[in-house]
Write a protein that binds this ligand. Sequence first.
Ligand SMILES: Cc1cc2nc3c(=O)[nH]c(=O)nc-3n(C[C@H](O)[C@H](O)[C@H](O)COP(=O)(O)OP(=O)(O)OC[C@H]3O[C@@H](n4cnc5c(N)ncnc54)[C@H](O)[C@@H]3O)c2cc1C
Length: 308
Amino acid sequence: MNYDLIIIGGGPAGITAGIYAARQKLNTLLITKNFGGQLNNKAVAVENYPGFERISGLELIQRFESHLKKQEIEIKIDEVLKVEKKTDNFVIVTKDKQKIESRAVIIASGADPRPLEVPGEKEFIGKGVSYCVLCDGPFFKNKTVAVIGGGNAGFEAAIFLSNIAKKIYILENSPQIRAFADNQEKIKKTGKTEIIINAVLKEIKGDKFVKSTIYQDMITKELKTLEVEGVFVEIGNQPATSFVKDLVDFNERDEIKVDFETFQTRTPGLFAAGDVNLGRYKQIVTAAGEGAKAALAASNYLQEINSI
Ligand SMILES: Cc1cc2nc3c(=O)[nH]c(=O)nc-3n(C[C@H](O)[C@H](O)[C@H](O)COP(=O)(O)OP(=O)(O)OC[C@H]3O[C@@H](n4cnc5c(N)ncnc54)[C@H](O)[C@@H]3O)c2cc1C
């Protein structure tokens, strides 16, 4: 089967691209590992998606998914391992060993949590170290935990945990907190969160489960120990691009470079929308908007190559 368009990813960018592509009557296949992407990890309510004053990330993405499934579009739950170019077509190689061809591709594979890369991190995954507060937070009832990262994700994780845990430390490696003012207000109101700035995590220790973390105070250079039973890693994301190394250019954060008018990469017919590209403001509404634009640009591209 040869498709007009293959969309990789089932988060806000990929789903919106799918809805727009189907309405452009493109013969489209959407391949994704799962539906929801980062919104599956969304611990608190979304309060900045127009039309919904407050909605959980999970409910919002379920609405996206159900809207998509009402369109004429094929969906395949699978992982893309490689995108190649063969004369006029792209060839997509998937984990279940399929090779599928299309004339255009939209990469909307978003991002994965960035690891800390400190001793003990890998060893204690699932034994106290977590990258998903919504999934694992409830296991830490009345326990003391650390959230690593003082940005919005770290603060939202701590706000969620404040209903469960006994005490929460937020460790931020820079001298300044980067979370929005409203999140900082909410943290103050929890009354059980301690923020430690200039704190660089060095090690996670334990036996069967996490028992403590060691961080360095960057001002005094002293190594300090915090006794915690959980470590929630919230230090940003790594774009999911391993399958497309040869056909696109990257910036220093491994984000795909695109032309912001069309969201096309350096390879004609290959587009990138949402958190996977170098766009600065990574939100649901921006990812969805970029997915819509990339699908319309892909439709134009296909019309142009078909009329040559
Ligand atoms: C804790 C947290 C809180 C947030 N809060 C908000 C908020 O309140 N408001 C807001 O606007 N934004 C918020 N965001 C940001 C928002 O979730 C993202 O900007 C948005 O999800 C990006 O959408 P995306 O479609 O680009 O990527 P993602 O959501 O990352 O989706 C990527 C999709 O691609 C799939 N995929 C990846 N690799 C492959 C592959 N090789 N093959 C097949 N499929 C693949 C994934 O399974 C996933 O379905 C938050 C994010 C986090 C982590």
